[in-house]
Design a protein. Structure first.
Length: 581
């Protein structure tokens, strides 16, 4: 981290020295590439952090440029009038992008390809509109005669404005990525569905990231207009959008500095080749292909790799947590009801009139042979499977037609059969996300305070599973299967939900690990007073934890009662025997 800060200071000092060391024309060229690099930083926020690729970012860049150009021409040097008009060059693209993002991402989880194609289409539409709207944009010839910023010369001190704005943007992005919002963006890219089951609207998170990236593109466009003195339809089109993506990929889409480095390197390289080599565009394309195939993290990623090989990795240090997480609202009496629930997929009946109720807290078990519909019942309850008929209610609220994040906000937390964590985030960050679930407001997402939250349950879990504390700075994906199960279990309970759904929490665990997990479930659920439902094939787990058992078969409830009554039931004996480790 210290190296990064020192390198950043040196880099910006070098940028400020360019007009002195070289000449103002070189600074003028460099200023243009730095402007383009800001657009790349917005693309990196979406592509490198949140996992979706905008292919039409020039649309927002061009919008900002046209708005700024019109503002500079109409304000005639009046700063009082000019300032709010220039702000519109940032706000209008940001709002449009956020709206487009909400419309697209609300459609379904993992709608990235559709999003990329839609942004491509929007850029093509923007190019056509800019070409045809002669009275507004100047048509094919563009908006010409744009004056410079009052008091600044395009071939002189405007360069220092560009460097200053780039420094502010870079610092702002560095801070943003350290906030819960930044952590959640990374979690979205790694495991979007799991994040939804913690109550976070990933569509809103991605739309916000897209809005911020478009605002950055608009800001860059607002600098481009006085820098160039002309804005043409090419500033809105797909070709420039493609160049933005290439620069971001070559420099490094996972870093703040990468897109700027890519824009500068490719910009100067293209400038030199353009006048000396007929097929210079093919060279740029080849560089892009080689980078994507061999160095997916770009030049910055290559530098980091060399740095790691030349130096020893720093030891991981767990983060200090000294602020109590906000308490969850106490829940009333549990009341979960499945009423003649039917789920069909074509001719297949997944749930066939499932009907049962749970009216008291404690640990309940659902058992039955494979294919009985146990996990499907959880899926129907949590918005993963649409109901064909019937109803599911929790504490008098219908769960039908709710999305997973909306179900999670009704005080329901779910653990999946296969451990579902955020593999490229640290163990600490995985636990943070669970602590933030249904506790954070919008302002908390952009504050450093939630990074220090803790809770009594957090302390309890780290005592029971010491690797959570000892290896808190380690990457979750490097944990063993058993440790990932325990981490996933801990995350599920850290939400302190009133209804906890545990799908085979002991799957893949050794006998000793299973014993530790049984003890943890019993103690923690008792302390919280939650209602827990366990799907489990290991009858030792069922016997130790549950005093009421539901047996499912072929999508229906076959029997229910205590473990002794269920074992004695001849209908149950005919279809299921269970097992133990």
């Amino acid at each position: 981290m210290a190296f990064s800060r020192a390198a950043s200071v040196v880099a910006f000092a070098a940028l400020l020295a360019v007009p002195v060391v070289f000449d103002m024309f070189t600074a003028y060229q460099l200023g243009l590439y730095l402007i383009f690099g800001m657009v790349g930083q917005g693309i990196a926020l979406c592509w490198g952090r949140a996992g979706f690729l905008p292919l039409g970012q020039a649309l927002f860049f061009g919008m900002g440029a046209y708005i700024a150009g019109a503002a500079l021409k109409s304000a005639d040097g009046n700063l009082v009038l000019l300032a709010p008009l220039l702000v519109l060059a940032i706000i209008v693209p940001a709002l449009l992008a956020a709206l487009v993002g909400l419309l697209v991402f609300n459609r379904q989880i993992g709608s990235g390809p559709y999003f990329s194609l839609i942004t491509l289409a929007l850029a093509m539409l923007g190019f056509q509109l800019a070409n045809s709207a002669d009275t507004i944009t100047g048509g094919f010839n563009g908006m010409t005669g744009i004056p410079g910023l009052p008091g600044f010369d395009s071939y002189g001190n405007l360069y220092f404005v560009v460097v200053g704005v780039l420094a502010i943007v870079s610092l702002g992005l560095f801070w943003l990525l350290k906030t819960p919002f930044g952590v959640l963006l990374s979690a979205t890219a790694q495991n979007e569905e799991r994040l939804q089951f913690f109550g976070f609207s990933t569509s809103a998170l991605k739309a916000a990231a897209f809005g911020i990236s478009a605002g950055l593109a608009g800001l860059a466009g607002a600098l481009y207009a006085p820098h160039q003195g002309i804005v043409t339809p090419q500033s809105v089109g797909f070709l420039l959008s493609a160049e933005f993506v290439i620069w971001t990929a070559v420099g490094g889409r996972a870093s703040i500095a990468g897109p700027v480095i890519g824009a500068v390197v490719i910009g100067f390289l293209a400038s030199e080749l353009r006048d000396t080599f007929r097929y210079w565009e093919a060279v740029i394309g080849l560089i892009f292909i080689v980078t994507v195939l061999k160095f997916p993290q770009g030049l910055i990623g290559l530098a980091e790799l060399l740095k790691r090989r030349l130096s020893k990795a720093d030891g991981n240090t767990a983060r200090i947590r000294d602020i109590n997480a906000p308490a969850r609202e106490a829940g009333g009496a549990p009341a979960l009801a499945f009423e003649d629930v039917r789920v069909t997929m074509g001719p297949v009946r997944i749930l066939d009139g499932l009907d049962f109720r749970i009216n008291r807290p404690g640990i309940h078990a659902i058992i039955g042979p494979n294919g009985a519909g146990k996990t499907s019942a959880f899926n129907a309850m949590t918005g993963r499977l649409p109901l064909t008929s019937g109803g599911i209610s929790w504490r008098s609220r219908s769960l039908a037609d709710l999305k997973p994040f909306q179900v999670a906000r009704t005080d329901i937390s779910r653990k999946f059969q296969i451990p579902s964590v955020f593999p490229e985030l640290s163990v600490d960050e995985n636990l943070d996300i669970a602590l933030w679930a249904n506790r954070t407001g919008v302002s908390d997402l952009f504050s450093m305070r939630p990074l220090r939250w803790r809770s009594d349950l957090y302390d309890t879990l780290t005592e029971r599973f010491p690797f959570l504390k000892d290896g808190g700075g380690g990457i979750a994906g490097s944990l063993s299967l058993g440790q990932r199960q325990m981490l996933d279990f801990s995350m599920t309970y850290l939400t302190e939900a009133r209804l906890v759904l545990l799908d085979e929490p002991c799957a893949g665990l050794s006998a000793s690990e299973t014993g530790a997990m049984i003890d943890a479930i019993a103690a923690i659920n008792s302390d919280l007073g939650s209602t827990a439902i366990i799907i489990e094939h290991d009858m030792r787990v069922v016997e130790r934890l549950s005093d009421h058992v539901f047996v499912m078969h072929q999508g229906r409830l076959l029997a229910e009662g205590d473990i002794a009554a269920v074992r004695a039931n001849p209908d149950v004996k005919a279809v299921y025997s269970g097992g133990t480790k």
